[in-house]
Structure formats: C-alpha cells, structure tokens
Design a binder for this molecule. Structure first.
Ligand SMILES: [Zn+2]
Length: 369
C-alpha cells in the first residue's frame, strides 16, 4: 500500500505544544516514519495540520430526537472522535450501539446517562423528572456490559431536567461512577443543583460541562473571581469543559474566565438537533476562543490531546501524532476577514480542508477552496 505524505503544513503536535513545518507520513492507517521515494505527496503548504479533532460533548444517537448523524457533521469539521454525552441511558444503550456506533465510520465513545431513558428529548422536559428512572443498578449493569464504548457517567443535574430531583440524581450518578471507577460528567444548568454542591462532588478526571455558561446564581465566577468550590475541584483534577450547545456557552462568562487566566480544559460543541444552527461546527467553536484571546496551540490542544485524555483514549494514540498511532488528521485553514461568531467579533476563523480517519480520506474540501 502506498504511503501518503502531507508536506509543507504547519504541523501542531499537542504533546509538545509546538508548531513545526514538517512532513506527516501515513502508512497502513497509522503515522509512520520519514518519507521515502514512491510516497504519494499531498501539498498542504500554509495549512495547519493537527491530530483529528476529538469532540468531548456531542449527541449522535442517530434516529433519536436529539441525535445527529455522526458521519454527516464530523468529517467536514475535522472531527475523527466523538463522545456522546448521555443521549442513551441503560435501557436504550443497545439501540445506541446499533444506530450510532455500528453504522458510523467515526470513532464513538459515550458517557451513560444516569437516567435509564437517557436524554430522550430536550423539548419535553427532562429525563430526571421521574426519579425512578435514575436507577443505579441499571446503570452499573449497562456499563459493565459495554466497557468497550462507555467511558463515564453523565448527569444533567439541573432544575430544567430534574426539578426537585436533580440533586438526588447527581448523588446517584456520583455513586455509580465510583462503583465502576469511571469519570463523572455533570452539566451545569439552572439551580438546583447548585454549582457549589456539584463542584464538591467532582474529583480527578471528572468533568463539569457547560462550564462557561451564564445561569443566574450558578456561574463558575462569583464576585469577579473563580468560585472557591470550583477552584478546589480544579485543584483536585476536575476538568472544565465548554459544551457550547444552545445555552451552554456565555461569551461574557468566557471573557471573564479568560481575563482571570482560567482557561477551559477542553473545548467541545454539544452539537445536536437543536444546537446545530448555533454551534455551526467544531472549527467555528474553536475560532470563538481564538477571537477571545486564546492562542492557536492552546485551542488545538484542548480539542485534540486534552479531550482524548479525558476520554481515556490518549494511551492508544488518539489525539496525538505519535508514530504507530491511528492516523487521524485534521488539515485546517486560517481564513482572515471580519466575522461575527455568535456575537463575538473575529478577524480570522478556522475551516477544515481535509480530514483523515485511520489514514483514510473522509473529507476533502480542497476543490471547494
Ligand atoms: Zn449535551
């Protein structure tokens, strides 16, 4: 099989945080050593080359109300790994496996919803309003049977999803995560649950998503500084994830956090049926953080290696350019101009040009460029 060499690109290695103009060679679906005669050359001069993007918060339960088709939106965005965050609970995980994972060419892992019905629809109230669906034994049994795909437990612990039951569901999700020794992802929404209680339950590897949202009385910032409870959770190793979505991202909170030097640990889209028009795509979400003052290395690291680590995939090479790792690649272009990115003025935006998944071209937008 002919090896492929991407030549001339500005290659970003998230393991060093450095850019360098160098070849990226791919053979037999993995990253390989230096180019040799006979390799197929692809000129990517002037473009950014990085590991395929890893989106830590998405909804890809295809055929379910919220779910979008992963092969529809991931390849054109440079995304090669998707984490579904709680679309399915224990009683629907078999359907999720069949409709999303087995039918998709994109790598998919998932957090299991503590509610056995999962996030069935965000239009009809929440999956936690009937508390008996938040069944700990059902969740544990499902995770033990599906450890090839499940990487953690998700709970949307907020008033809109669980009413007065939200805080109890949070505690149940914490117990399940402890029983199976996997991370807990909690979404931040309107009280209850209160952010201080959520943060108090988060430890190393756990994730607060929608962390830069702007819910009154439930923001990560209090009186102009990072809340003590969130500071303590970060110090214990808990991660702050973006989860842009419909109402999961507030530019004002983001500006304030970045001014405090409190960068997110991971950047993700929360792309689903009802957020798609706001999210647009992963490069657009990343461009917002460039416009807000983060550097390109800071942004790309939080969309590749950092989420791969959070999803326990980095040891297998996902999110890296290591020789021998799956050759997942995003080739991006920096487009200059005057843009309005959802109310954030920007002078450049990232666009995906080419996407490779395990060495195979799954998107090629060069002709459209
Ligand atoms: Zn979500």
């Amino acid at each position: 099989m002919t090896a492929l060499v991407l030549r001339g690109g500005e290659v970003f290695d998230p393991e060093t945080g450095q850019f360098a103009v160098r070849d990226v060679r791919i053979a037999d679906g993995v990253f390989a050593g230096p180019a040799v005669d006979g390799d197929e050359l692809v000129d990517v001069t002037g473009m950014v080359v990085c590991p395929g993007l890893v989106d830590l918060h998405t909804h890809v339960f295809t055929g379910q109300d919220l779910g979008v088709d992963p092969d529809d939106f991931a390849p054109p965005a440079g995304t090669t790994t998707l984490i579904d965050t709680g679309s399915a609970g224990g009683h629907l995980f078999g359907a999720f496996r069949r409709s999303a994972v087995e039918r998709s060419a994109t790598r998919i892992r998932a957090f299991l919803n503590i509610s056995s019905v999962g996030t069935t629809s965000i239009m009809l109230g929440g999956e936690l309003k009937a508390p008996h669906y938040a069944n700990e034994d059902v969740a544990v049994e499902c995770i033990e049977a599906n450890r090839d795909l499940l990487i953690g437990v998700k709970v949307r612990a907020s008033a809109d999803v669980g009413g007065e039951h939200a805080t109890e569901a949070l505690r149940r999700a914490r117990r399940v995560a402890d029983r199976v020794a996997l991370p807990l992802m909690v979404h931040l929404g309107p009280r209850p649950a209160a952010i201080d209680e959520i943060a108090s339950l988060l430890g190393k590897g756990d994730i607060l998503t929608h962390a830069f949202s702007g819910w009154e009385g439930n923001r990560v910032i209090l009186d102009g500084r990072l809340r003590d409870s969130v500071r303590a959770a970060r110090d214990r190793g808990a991660l702050l994830d973006i989860g842009h979505g419909m109402s999961g991202f507030d530019p004002g909170t983001a500006r304030a956090m970045l001014e405090l030097g409190e960068l997110p640990d991971t950047i993700s889209t929360d792309l689903h049926t009802y957020s798609r028009h706001l999210v647009v795509d992963f490069p657009t979400v990343l461009s917002k953080f460039l416009a807000l003052g983060m550097s390109l290395p800071q942004v790309l690291a939080r969309a590749t290696l950092a989420p791969a680590r959070a999803a326990s995939l980095a040891d297998s090479g996902v999110g890296t350019l290591r020789v021998g790792a799956p050759a997942d690649v995003a080739v991006l272009r920096r487009v200059a101009g005057d843009f309005d990115l959802g109310g954030i003025p920007a002078t450049e935006r990232l666009e995906c040009v080419v996407t490779l998944a395990a060495g195979r071209t799954v998107y090629d937008g060069r002709a459209a460029a």
